[in-house]
Every structure is written in C-alpha cells, then in structure tokens.
Design a protein around this ligand. Sequence first.
Ligand code: SF4
Length: 292
Amino acid sequence: MRIVKATAMGMCFGVRDALEVARSIENPGDVTIYGELVHNEDVMRELDDRGFHRLGESERGRSIPVTPQIMITAHGICKLERLRLIAAGYRLIDTTCPLVKRAHDAARALEKMGCLVLVIGRRGHVEVDGITGDLRRFEVVESVGEVRRYDERRIGIVCQTTTPPALANEIVDRIRFMNGGSDIQYAATICRPTLDRQAAVRSLLNQVEALVVVGGKKSNNTRQLAEMARNAGKPCALVQGADELDPAWVNQFESIGLTAGTSTPDKIIEDVYRRLLAIAADHEPEPFRQVI
Ligand code: SF4
C-alpha cells in the first residue's frame, strides 16, 4: 500500500502563533481563552491542564469571564465586542490571525464604500460572527442556492478565510449573474494556507484511492478537506488521532492520501502516518512501498 502525504497540510501560522503565545503565558490561571484557541481536543486538554479558564464559543458574550485577562483566539472578534471587553476592565491578549484581520478590514472598507456586504462563509461560525459584528448591512451566504437578486447599487463580497476557493468562485459568479445591474466588488480574503492545503488535496486526490483527514470534528477547514474527497467520489476517513483509524477500512485500498486541518499539531499527523504504515505492514506479507 502507498501512503501519500499532502505537500501542504496541518497547522497554519495563525494557529501556531496563537498557540505559542498561550504556551508562553506564565500565569494561565489569570487568563480566559475566549472560544476555542484551536479546534483540537488534545491541545485544548493541554491548555486546561495548565490552568487556563475557557469560555466555549457558544458562551461568548453571554457568560462573564472571571479572570482579569482574556485571550482572543486566531478567529478574532469584532471591534464592538473588543471595546465592550476593554470597557469592562479586561486586559486582552490578542492572537487574532492577521489574515482574519484583513477580512475584517476588507468588509468594513466595502461597507464604507456604500456596499451591501455579502460574507461567503458558515453562518454562526465565530470568524464569520467577528467579520459581520461591526457591519450594519450584510448577509451571510453559505451556498450557491442562497444567492438572490439584492436590488443594490453596490455589492461587496468577502469570504471567510477557510472557504473552499471553488465554492467561493461559484457563489461570486452567481451573485454577478443575478445582479447584473449592480457594481460588484470582490475582496479575495481566503487565506494562503487554506489555498495551499486545498490545492495539495486536489492534487493528492488524483493519485490515491482514498483520503485520511486528521483534524478536529468542529474544525471548518478540516471538514472542507473531507468534503473535497467526497465531492471527488473518494472514500474519506476524518479522524482526530491515530486510535480512530479502522484497519479494516484502511486495508480496502492500495493507496491512501494523508492530509490534516489547520489546527492539527504535527505530532498527531505523524502518529496517524505511522499508524497507517503499521496497518499496511501488518496487512501485506511482502515489503510495501512508502512514498513521502
Ligand atoms: S486558517 Fe488562515 S486565517 Fe485562519 S488562522 Fe490559519 S492562516 Fe489565519
């Protein structure tokens, strides 16, 4: 069996930097992590063990942090919420990814230009809530089917940073088609790590029979990678760690591709890779080929 690793995968610099900041904090007991720093249970457990407080994504804005400091995750928050927290006396440790900030800035700039802002992304996702939180006129568009005629002179479009490029293009084309009389501005805010990881998976899917995606079940970009496999008609297993791999499933294939979401630590990817090799070795009596 061949195990082929994606040429780009795993933790992006935004999540890596945020994690580094968290690990460097000397007094975790004084800090509440505002949402999920990474969509990865192992890493979150590590932070819990160090004594960080945590406010779940659904509790943000509803519960009151009990610590003097709040850590903003790479997904970011809107300016209004930031000001509200500062006014309440909290000291913020801000690890918002610069590429998320870029999406916020683009959306606000489009609104200033008089546009209705359309945000392509997942409704209710923390990053999307952060982008829309400072806007007065916006709509979130999740799918091509949701696009309509907006009857606006100017329309501005931004994307959640982890939107699959193919989906974004389809939605943008549909918006243009249905709003022929409008001035339409598109700010391409999909982040480079997402573009690289999705391009690597597209190429991988041409080389293998099935795909293993390593990542948190709540991670948007991890789900997108799995969806790419399903859309290409390839079987896909989404696992959070090596122990979730099913040898019977793995052994059905001659070749398997390996990729991982942007919250997945290198060690977990490596564990899954080694487990795949071990399953393949157990199954094949003859020496198997391994491609890195
Ligand atoms: S996925 Fe992209 S935007 Fe999000 S944290 Fe990573 S680099 Fe930043």
